[in-house]
Design a protein around this ligand. Structure first.
Ligand SMILES: [Zn+2]
Ligand SMILES: [Zn+2]
Length: 144
């Protein structure tokens, strides 16, 4: 993975602007998730996410955390804005080594290029199919 130059720093945040973040590292992965939890939490059919190493992710403002059981059995930690309730990223800042960033919060998400789609069997009929070239998994791919 290439290292990002400072002028390609990627920024995002919530709807009201109280919570902002910067991504200064190349994401480890980029994908789409159609799971039931992501549908609930986003109010939509799927989410786009990138995995960012904690060393390349900086948050300003105070996000509120919601923890529930992940489908894999562990804890799923989601951070949102306490004021406007935008869903922002996953994981505990200062504790986890990587974060899942929900790409809808990016100021410019045009660089987002998903390589996989998971829980695709949950995709509602009205939602678009993953774009060509994306590896589609009906559930969580084996080995994850
Ligand atoms: Zn907000
Ligand atoms: Zn999901």
């Amino acid at each position: 993975m290439e290292t990002l130059m400072p002028d390609t720093m990627r920024t995002g945040g919530c709807l009201c602007g109280a919570v902002r973040y910067e991504i200064t590292a190349e994401p480890d992965y980029a994908g789409l998730c159609y799971c039931a939890d992501c549908q609930k939490v986003s109010g939509s059919a799927f989410v786009g996410v990138v995995g960012v190493p904690a060393s390349g992710f900086k948050v300003t403002g105070e996000a509120s955390r919601y923890v529930c059981k992940a489908l894999g059995g562990g804890d799923a930690v989601r951070n949102s804005c306490p004021t406007c309730h935008s869903l922002l990223f996953g994981g505990i800042v200062g504790q986890d080594t990587s974060h899942t960033v929900y790409v809808g919060g990016l100021d410019d998400g045009s660089w987002f290029a998903p390589s996989f789609a998971i829980f695709a069997s949950r995709r509602p009929a009205w939602a678009p199919e993953p774009p060509p070239g994306v590896a589609v998994f009906a559930e969580m791919p084996p080995g994850r």
